[in-house]
Design a binder for this molecule. Structure first.
Ligand SMILES: NC(=O)c1ccc[n+]([C@@H]2O[C@H](COP(=O)([O-])OP(=O)(O)OC[C@H]3O[C@@H](n4cnc5c(N)ncnc54)[C@H](O)[C@@H]3O)[C@@H](O)[C@H]2O)c1
Ligand SMILES: [Zn+2]
Ligand SMILES: [Zn+2]
Length: 361
């Protein structure tokens, strides 16, 4: 059977997104059909629309989602119809060179559904990050469904599917922030704010929020920042050094992904400190650094793909922290909207008016 649903599609590079009728097939072997309840609008969806992540248009957007499994294909045993799940873009294969070496959070052969979702005229769609969840139903690999406590509110829970997990994990998993460490976060959108929250939950000492938008800095204080730096007025590197005894932070997370912010992260770390790049750069950007500084400052320059998370380990644990009131996941939901409002949500994101707009379906 084919399911006819309404969904948000980016048809052409740079063109406004549109709500279209999309055909979703029943799950094949190893696949699950999910009734999507909520899906956050992430900057990555905008990158897709702008052609920053390949040109496999039309894209079926949306990838930070929670919902209920409606049906499963042959051989699926981990999830069953009725399960409340968060969708992930890291369904680990268990068999690639990373998985075999015990590092499944790097899995190089993650699974997606293979049966195509299409426009009404049969044109196949490319689902964003293999998910495509600004849709009433979507088809994914069963391993992309992580079961969590169904008491969690779908609009909040879905955010763990991408941005919040990426930011939280960038600080805690990739950066290894722990008790007493100092952290600076450059760019306090949904991702950066989650890095701040992660550091707070992990027991960091100083947590410095850096942004060019004062409103974000005010919000950052609510999420646990101990200090804020408006880098549109102040030199971020000097300010971070001043706040850390003149040395720099143990870990600096760049949640913007531009050469200038990465350079700030590079120089605002203490000697032997760690810079974590979680913001996604666009293809034309390049970085120039004195090689002697790369050597002389030591430490680690790391990229964080999806916060180096393992959905089966991290999603249920973070949902528990949220339900215990120790992690303000609900605070990331600035507004709930309908599928027709995604284009407006991009504009609000661009203007910094929201942390997350969440499409409720
Ligand atoms: N690595 C991953 O796995 C992963 C996952 C999800 C999102 N991302 C990426 O993370 C980035 C942030 O996503 P988001 O949803 O938080 O975006 P967002 O647009 O909500 O937030 C970006 C923030 O950066 C601030 N900013 C912009 N330029 C700045 C500058 N020069 N200095 C300081 N602050 C600046 C903005 O004011 C805003 O607060 C995006 O590039 C997104 O694609 C990466
Ligand atoms: Zn693998
Ligand atoms: Zn995302």
């Amino acid at each position: 059977m084919t399911h006819e649903v309404r969904a948000v599609v980016a048809r052409k590079k740079g063109a406004p997104v549109s709500v279209e009728t999309v055909l979703v097939p029943d799950p094949g072997p190893g696949e699950a059909l999910v009734r999507v309840q909520a899906c956050g609008v992430c900057h990555t969806d905008l990158h897709y629309r702008e052609g920053g992540i390949g040109d496999a248009f039309p894209f079926l957007l949306g990838h930070e989602a929670a919902g209920v499994v409606e049906s499963v294909g042959e051989g699926v045993t981990d999830v069953a119809p009725g399960d409340f799940v968060i969708l992930n873009w890291r369904a680990v294969c268990g068999d690639c060179r990373a998985c075999r070496r015990g590092r499944p959070w790097y899995c190089f052969a993650t699974h997606n559904a293979t049966r195509p979702m299409t426009l009404a005229d049969g044109t196949p769609l490319s689902p964003a990050l293999g998910i495509g969840a600004f849709a009433e139903k979507t088809l994914v690999a069963a391993g992309q469904c992580t079961k969590v406590d169904p008491i969690a509110a779908p609009a909040a829970a879905g955010l763990l599917g991408c941005g919040v997990m990426a930011g939280f994990g960038a600080a805690v998993n990739t950066g290894g922030v722990g008790r007493g460490d100092s952290l600076a976060v450059i760019g306090c959108g949904g991702v950066g704010m989650a890095a701040i929250t992660g550091a707070k939950v992990a027991g960091a000492g100083r947590i410095i929020a850096v942004d060019v938008d004062e409103r974000k800095l005010k919000w950052a204080e609510r999420f646990g920042a101990t200090d804020t730096v408006d880098s549109s007025r102040t030199d971020a590197v000097e300010a971070i050094r001043e706040l850390t005894g003149g040395f720099g932070a143990d870990v600096v997370v760049d949640a913007v992904g531009r050469p200038e912010t990465f350079k700030q992260a590079f120089y605002a770390r203490d000697l032997a400190g760690t810079a974590v790049l979680v913001g996604v750069p666009t293809p034309e950007l390049t970085l120039e650094l004195p090689l002697l500084d790369v050597f002389g400052r030591g430490g680690a320059l790391k990229s964080s793909w999806y916060g180096d998370c393992l959905p089966s380990r991290d999603f249920p644990a973070l949902i528990d922290l949220y339900l215990q009131g120790r992690f303000d996941l609900g605070g990331f939901v600035t507004e709930t909207i309908g599928p027709d409002d995604v284009e407006a949500a991009f504009t609000k994101m661009h203007h910094g008016d929201v942390l997350r707009s969440v499409v409720v379906l």
